[in-house]
Write a protein of this length. Sequence first.
Length: 392
Amino acid sequence: MATVASNFVRAEDRAPMDVFVVSPNFRLRGELKEKLAPPRWRVLEAAGGAEALTRLRGHGNEDVVLLLDPVLPDLNPGEFNRIVRDRFPNTQILMLNSHTGQLLVGTASPTPVSRRVADAVNRIGTVHSSPLSQISGDEAEAENEPVFTLRSMVGKSAPMLRTYALTRMVAVRDTTVLVTGESGTGKDMIAQEIHLIGSRRNQPFVVVNCSAIPETLLEAELFGYTKGSFTGAVQSRIGRIHAAHGGTLFLDEIGDMPLSLQSKILRFLEQGEVQRLGGNDNLKVDVRVIAATNADLKARVAQGQFREDLFYRLAVFPINLPPLRERMEDVSELTIAFVAKFHPRVSISREALEILQQHDWPGNVRELRNAIERATILVGNGTEIKPEHIIL
């Protein structure tokens, strides 16, 4: 395994030193890359923490000095630091000022290599860059800046970019999340993305649709039961909460949960334990909870249909998905993605696309998806979706 000392000698011999700039600010990355030019430096870059970790894995065990922007769109810098220290002990992290590109004071235990990089960066002077929050979407696109999207989500409108950023921020923590939005906006997809980005990705992802299971069965489904606890209970069974141990429990349509069950869900959230029907033992569970609803939970609280304490316990970190009519600029991209999914060899005419762009989509993305699936069937052996294939 390479050591810091050996890398320092190699740098003295004028072999390029690896410097990794991690920042969502493309101007800051670009100027640092320009200033820290070969042959003395070899600059790598990443726009976020997840991308940086992926590239570090592929870099091997060689020493790297990492210049880190403290404002990342997906990972908390403290958490990112901890992961890097654990997985890549040969990597030295120096913190950047997001606004100036200068290094922040206070880097702990600098090595000769990191001091050499720090001196070079500080000699550059102030980098003329704007913080990410001041860069418009059009400007980023003009600079070919990659936007932060999610694997299963399509669209680069401002409301969706905010949703992506919030999703990535909370995914790396175990915070309880409440996803709200109209039917058909993709709340279940956000829940899956949170699970897949987070540390529990290799553990169970258990879904409970609170509106699809009859009230008389929902408690047994959630908490489990012991043999003989009710008619038909011929053997003991763990509930879905227990089945999600170590992973994520997704409570879909939580607004439809019966009031009689809400107190038990609240106790589970607060105590981290469940009691099976007919049982006396409290079983400890380690579960990350994501809930979703298309209902106005505050209105239901006011009407006495939803517990206020449960609402606040669920809504630690709310994410609201915008309806499709509020992000109509995404219709074209969504349409192309759905066409490719259902009939890759078919295109869509400009006239047909204009019809889709003029519809108000009360059923949101789900309605658009269904319309495209229907059109790819109606096109038959044709190669282009035309207006007559669009049925709304």
